[in-house]
Design a protein around this ligand. Structure first.
Ligand code: ZN
Length: 317
């Protein structure tokens, strides 16, 4: 959030500077005021969508997305970047963000006239030998081509990037946060897998649970308590499925989406409480923070929205 606000602050100061030296000063000031109103709405937590619809060529949009987080920092096994490209020229007027591209979410994107879908999880991952109507992922591909919608997936590049999914997940706690596995071993530049936070003030596990519920907007989550750990002084998190990143880490709490039964037993036996929120609940909320970031980076020429239908498939009943 700090980055977003300072980004908007820079935009405002540039615009005001411009207005004092330009004969269109009044219009510029009006625009600045409009932007200020948008900023206030942003700070009060409202979702902003830009109404500009001039659009930008796909290549320019891709350039900005990759400026935000380079696909080169993603995990080697991942399938990130541009996954589906309609024939040129392709203008992007509406960038539509989702955590998972299901058929319902794609119908929503089509009805809202999206030109580019940013799907955090890559909807195309394994190799494909035929594209027919039988498999739902193939139907996604067919419908995207028929409706001239490109697909871009950032996935693990957003986990690793400084200010990305894991920093957002940890942002409900006050403390010193750093990556569990830095991107470059021994280099502390904020990039890397997972995050570990040393809290400024210790918390009871009940307080940690409440903070996570509030941050993620969840009525329920799953908790495994580690006997004898009364005060929480450190929290390790990994958005999504965290076992491989969290294994062997010393922290009073592990916070992730999902872990296997046996990994949970291992964690509590080594004095780490485990909080499980379901996989995508630890990822999805980050997308809303990207609306003002991308609106600014794309010079307000592209409408940026988040899916209203995207949700975790699992609920506690
Ligand atoms: Zn995930």
């Amino acid at each position: 959030m700090k980055f977003q606000m300072s980004f908007i602050g820079n935009l405002l100061s540039k615009q005001i500077l411009f207005s004092t030296t330009n004969k269109f000063a009044i219009n510029s000031i009006k625009q600045s005021l409009l932007l200020t109103q948008q900023s206030k709405r942003l700070m009060s937590g409202q979702v902003i969508t830009n109404t500009a619809d001039t659009g930008l060529p796909l290549k320019e949009v891709l350039h900005q997305l990759q400026e935000y987080a380079s696909p080169s920092i993603a995990e080697g096994w991942d399938n990130v970047g541009l996954l589906l490209e309609p024939s040129s020229p392709h203008t992007v007027k509406h960038l539509f963000l989702t955590n998972d591209l299901t058929e319902d979410v794609l119908d929503e994107a089509v009805s809202k006239k999206a030109d580019l879908i940013l799907s955090y999880h890559p909807p195309i991952f394994s190799s494909i030998k035929r594209i027919t109507q039988e498999a739902w992922k193939n139907r996604l591909i067919i419908k995207c081509f028929e409706n001239r919608i490109a697909i871009y997936s950032p996935h693990t590049s957003y986990d690793v990037v400084k200010g990305g999914v894991n920093d957002w997940l940890m942002s409900c706690f006050h403390g010193d946060t750093k990556p569990i596995k830095p991107l470059e071993p021994g280099v502390d530049n904020g990039f890397g897998q997972g995050r570990i936070c040393t809290l400024k003030e210790p918390l009871a596990i009940e307080e940690v649970v409440q903070k996570v519920k509030t941050h993620l907007g969840l009525p329920y989550l799953r908790l495994a308590t580690a006997p004898g750990v009364e005060q929480v002084q450190s929290i390790a998190c990994c958005a999504g499925s965290g076992s491989s990143v969290l294994r062997g880490v010393r922290a009073d709490v592990f916070l992730t989406g999902e872990m296997s039964h046996h990994d949970v037993l291992d964690a509590v036996s080594t004095k780490s409480h485990v909080i499980l929120c379901e996989h995508s609940n630890t990822e999805r909320g980050f997308l809303k923070t990207l609306i003002p970031v991308f609106t600014g980076m794309l010079k307000s020429k592209v409408k940026v929205t988040v899916s209203e239908l995207d949700k975790d498939p699992l609920v506690v009943v």
